[in-house]
Design a protein around this ligand. Structure first.
Ligand code: ARG
Length: 563
């Protein structure tokens, strides 16, 4: 679509000696115009007061796309021609429909790593955040034309598997792993840990781990079993949330790369021995804690495997950007890993492209969640709770709704996703599903409800309105223009999301659009008796619905037909 800022800067660039594009800003208060250009930037060069420059420029610019220009205290405020912009947006929509705001492939590749839970451990609320934030970013990068690779860096490696194998050998036959396998593996793990006070048991566990490393078929087959059972359970959750990956690759697959990493670091004089361990000192990089590459017992650590993963992703995907979505408690870890990556002889583009996208913690509203098992809360239970509460709320309003279970899923899960993506990711949050499920306020059900209302108007009308039926002079009011402007901005909002890796920017935009629509609906009779008015309004609100829907889908949320 035409870039309005570009159009305005073309007009200005003709008159002045600088590139004005980046200086033009959108005006937030809608009464004061659409875009503004600060003339004081030209004052020095032109030896004139900004106000004089603004006055002169104002008189010299003449274009059909601007309705009015005002010179205010040295600023040039542009009012875009409403009909021009409305037409622009409507025609763009006509040509793109549910691809509105989407971009052609730009040839760049972005790896987005998200979720990455640990096997044989519960999928808890912390993993929910990486999963939802990462998946939304994945969708939005893709929509904006990036070749996107969604990666699940499964935590399937660690000394704990030596213990789990020992526990399974002892008590495996007491447990039926065909249902809720992770709960049972956790139980076995807790049990064997208690036994580990006995040095003999501990020694057997260590030996199991060694055997596993050496490729002992029995130990490997058990580890594989734990991995598969865990993945099956994770996938049940992923399926409910609509989460997918292009690659699931576990930490275990990176263990063998350790030797090569050590070789490169040694060659680059970066490896030091400290208390028997091989480390990289990072003081020169401003990091006081060295990064361990190999423990004194010869094994790799979490960071070593992340370094191997960087090398793998660089080689396999030739990425331009590689994003890691994890909690902020891993900030030091990623600082260390990204710093060591500089010494691995990688093309600098791969090192510069590494981005840690971190987020704050979720706390649960006290006492509200009762389905506690041990001291963790499973995402599975959170979803169940949200869906059942959504069902109750919808039935209260609409007792005869068909497909209530499907609708409740969309509303309940949508509420969780939107609630998670509504604030800057770095903030700690209280998880309050009741608040997230409110039909009024800044919530997902509110947006879904607005969409459903639009759908019901369209059903009532029962004939398709075409762009040729639109009479633009019926849309000259401020509210219509407000909607048009917001719709125009959809693509810019998506760009801002990936600029900052902050999905909440899209969530807030969607709320604003839904609120403006609600005002519109309360102000105007959409199915007006004046056919031209009716058609024009209907066309406008079907675009609103479409943008709300596409935006929600990008966050991972579905819109029901009715609710
Ligand atoms: N498995 C880790 C955990 O559950 C998260 C992995 C994050 N990704 C990474 N490349 N280190 O805490």
């Amino acid at each position: 679509m035409v870039d309005l800022k570009k159009e305005l800067s073309n007009l200005l660039d003709e008159k002045v000696n600088i590139k004005t594009y980046d200086l033009i800003k959108e005006i937030k208060e809608k009464e004061k115009g659409d875009y503004t250009f600060p003339c004081f930037i030209l004052a020095k060069e032109l030896h004139k007061a900004p106000m004089v420059i603004a006055d002169e420029l104002k008189d010299s610019i003449n274009s059909p796309i601007v309705e009015k220009i005002e010179s205010v205290n040295g600023y040039l405020n542009f009012y875009i021609n409403k009909e021009y912009l409305t037409k622009l947006v409507f025609e763009e929509y006509e040509n793109t429909k549910d691809h509105f705001g989407k971009e052609e492939s730009n040839g760049k590749t972005v790896c987005v790593e998200y979720s990455s839970p640990n096997i044989a451990k519960p999928f808890h609320i912390g993993h929910m955040r990486t999963t939802l934030i990462g998946h939304a970013l994945y969708n939005i990068y893709k929509y904006l034309g990036y070749n996107t690779v969604g990666i699940n860096h499964l935590g399937d490696y660690g000394t704990q598997f030596g213990k789990l194998i020992e526990g399974y050998k002892l008590w495996g036959n007491e447990y039926d792993l065909s249902t809720d396998p992770i709960d049972k593996l956790v139980e076995i793990y807790v049990r064997i840990n208690q036994e580990c006070e006995n040095p003999e048991v501990l020694e057997r566990c260590r030996n199991n781990f060694k055997l596993l490393e050496e490729g002992d078929p029995y130990c490997i087959s058990l580890w594989k079993k734990f991995r598969e059972l865990s993945l099956d359970e994770f996938y049940e959750t992923y399926k409910k949330l609509g989460i997918e990956f292009d690659s699931i690759k576990g930490e275990a697959s990176y263990v063998d790369a350790k030797e090569n990493i050590i070789k490169i670091l040694e060659k680059n004089n970066k490896l030091e021995i400290s208390q028997g361990a091989k480390i990289v000192n990072l003081e020169e990089d401003g990091i006081n804690t060295p990064c361990i590459i190999e423990k004194s017992d010869g094994s790799s650590i979490y960071a070593t495997r992340d370094l191997a993963a960087i090398m793998y992703r660089a080689k396999t995907y030739d990425y331009d950007k590689s994003i890691y979505v994890t909690g902020y408690e891993q900030e030091l870890h990623f600082k260390q890993v990204f710093a060591v990556a500089k010494y691995l002889d990688l093309d600098p583009k791969y090192v510069n492209g590494l981005v840690h996208v971190s987020y704050g913690m979720y706390r649960l509203k006290e006492g509200k969640m009762s389905t506690r098992k041990g001291n963790f809360i499973k995402l599975e239970d959170i979803i169940k709770d949200a869906v059942s509460k959504a069902k109750d709320k919808i039935l209260e309003k609409n007792p005869d709704l068909e497909d209530i279970d499907e609708v409740a899923k969309k509303v309940g899960i949508g509420a969780i996703i939107f609630g998670d993506l509504y604030n800057s990711r770095i903030k700690d949050e209280v998880f309050d599903i009741d608040e997230m499920l409110e039909f009024q306020g800044e919530t997902c059900p509110y947006i879904q409800y607005m969409c459903v209302r639009i759908k019901s108007i369209l059903r009532k009308l029962n004939t398709e309105v075409l762009i040729n039926d639109v009479k633009y002079d019926k849309l000259h009011d401020d509210l219509s223009y407000d909607l048009v402007k917001q719709i125009y901005n959809f693509n810019n909002v998506l760009k801002e999301v990936i600029d900052k890796n902050e999905p909440y920017i899209l969530s807030r935009y969607l709320i604003k659009l839904a609120q403006t629509y609600s005002e519109y609906y309360n102000t105007f009779k959409i199915l007006s008796d004046d056919i031209d008015e009716r058609n024009s309004r209907v066309y406008l609100i079907s675009i609103v619905m479409n943008v709300l829907k596409v935006g929600c889908n990008l966050l991972g949320i579905e819109i029901p037909e009715k609710m």
